[in-house]
Design a protein around this ligand. Structure first.
Ligand code: AMP
Ligand code: ZN
Ligand code: ZN
Length: 418
């Protein structure tokens, strides 16, 4: 139906303009760009790449992107500052509270089912994922898409995957991911994706194990920068190089932790008060037994180095607490502190780094870099929220976005044609 309606509208427009008194040059129909002139967006996420990591070691390739494109001072992740909630916020422009991936691990009462990042059935079950990821928006508007791993791409969300997608394979080499993306950009035009999302699980892994300030993390930053170099030189060889916009983001940063800074919060609680704990350092969801929510909150209110909130009284700036999947009490450690349970406690797991804190913790800041025909050159983007990315990508690709939580006005300053 849609193309026919469009044709009728188009012919009517021509008829009207044909008998008008506009000068002849303005009577010519304005052709929309043909497919082979349309822009491309490829978006890479480097998990846990903290906003300031690139200043620790020489990063000539990221510097090239910044000098010839855009670099954000920092990009604010959504709360909780964990991997799955934030990748899906980047994809949908919605806060975790609104898209439903409210933690890496949670129980969905609505589905009577648990979700965790290691549970393939859950990760691939579209029922967990609310909102509209950018590849679904693109698909609905006739654009081809591809993904080399992105949270949500493995599930049929609204019944749709990207046109090309892969089941997550942690050990599939980063170089091969890049090379596949370059190969996809050389597919015949009728099947070539105009939107590609792809993912590296570093420097998150090394940041957890060794800490954000370790030399191992610095070495990983060097390696990741050289992979950015591989992307840049791959893009330069493409026939469509002048149409490709590269965006590089991360989902959150990384903060230092220590076994000397651990809060065993259950020491302050009576077992009879608690139904369930879920989560992982530094943030937990806690479901009290009926009638015990106030006892729990009173007991936790004086515990040092952590915050606890009743679900309905979480500070508004965190945009968290209305989703039915969130338990009645939310706990989060203060910066650089850890929350732990006695069961299974090993001090080694509390050294190095972690994330999941309040998104106002500066260590949680993420990166945003961009380069391509849509972007200004040498532009420093002030700090902005990661829920703005969905609308930005939609704008560059000429897509009508679904309703989302971000605001194009926060980011349009980075565009050549705002
Ligand atoms: P975390 O640091 O716990 O928030 O999560 C980071 C981990 O998420 C990484 O080490 C990845 O292995 C994992 N991860 C990222 N994407 C996926 C995916 N699509 N499926 C399963 N695991 C993933
Ligand atoms: Zn992450
Ligand atoms: Zn992590």
């Amino acid at each position: 139906m849609k193309p026919i309606r469009f044709k009728v509208a188009f012919i009517l427009t021509l008829m009207v303009s044909g008998c008008s008194f506009f000068p002849p040059s303005l009577q010519k129909p304005q052709h929309p760009p043909t497919d082979d002139q349309k822009p491309y967006v490829i978006m890479l996420s480097m998990d846990g790449f903290r906003w300031d990591y690139a200043s620790k070691v020489p990063t000539p390739n990221l510097d090239y992107v910044a000098a010839n494109g855009v670099k954000a001072e920092s990009m604010t992740p959504s709360f909780p500052t964990k991997t799955f909630p934030n990748h899906y916020s980047l994809a949908t422009g919605l806060y975790p509270d609104h898209h439903g991936i409210i933690q890496n691990t949670f129980y969905a009462n609505d589905l009577q089912a648990g979700y965790s990042i290691g549970n393939r059935d859950a990760v691939e079950n579209g029922a967990f994922y609310g909102g509209e990821p950018i590849w679904v928006t693109a698909d609905k508007q006739g654009m081809k898409t591809a993904s080399y791993f992105w949270v949500g791409s493995e599930a049929p969300v609204q019944g749709m995957h990207p046109d090309i997608w892969k089941p997550y394979q942690h050990n599939f080499p980063f170089e091969n991911r890049v090379d596949s993306v370059m190969a996809w950009l050389q597919l015949p035009e009728n099947i070539r994706p105009h939107l590609i999302t792809f993912y590296f699980h570093e420097p998150d892994g090394v940041g957890h194990r060794e800490g954000p300030d370790s030399h191992q993390t610095e070495e990983m930053i060097l390696r990741l920068d050289s992979l950015v170099g591989r992307i840049l030189s791959g893009l330069k060889k493409l026939s469509i190089k002048d149409q490709v916009n590269l965006i590089i983001v991360s989902d959150h940063g990384m903060g230092p932790v220590s076994p000397n800074r651990v809060v065993f919060f259950e020491d302050y609680l009576k077992p009879a008060w608690i139904d369930t704990f879920l989560g992982g350092n530094p943030t937990y969801l806690l479901q009290p037994n009926p009638g015990f929510t106030d006892s729990v909150l009173n007991a936790l209110s004086s515990v040092p180095h952590m915050k606890s909130w009743k679900k309905s009284a979480i500070p508004e700036r965190l945009h968290y607490g209305t989703n039915p999947r969130i338990y009645d009490v939310v706990l989060v450690a203060d910066s650089a502190w850890s929350l732990a349970l006695h069961k299974g406690f090993t001090p080694g797991r509390y050294s190095g780094g972690t994330h999941g804190y309040d998104n106002a913790n500066a260590d949680m800041g993420a990166i945003f870099y961009a380069l391509g025909p849509a972007f200004k050159s040498g532009y420093i983007q002030p700090k902005f929220s990661n829920v703005d990315v969905y609308g930005l990508v939609a704008k560059i690709l000429g897509l009508q976005p679904a309703p989302y939580d971000g605001n194009l006005d926060d980011v349009r300053g980075m565009l050549k044609q705002p």
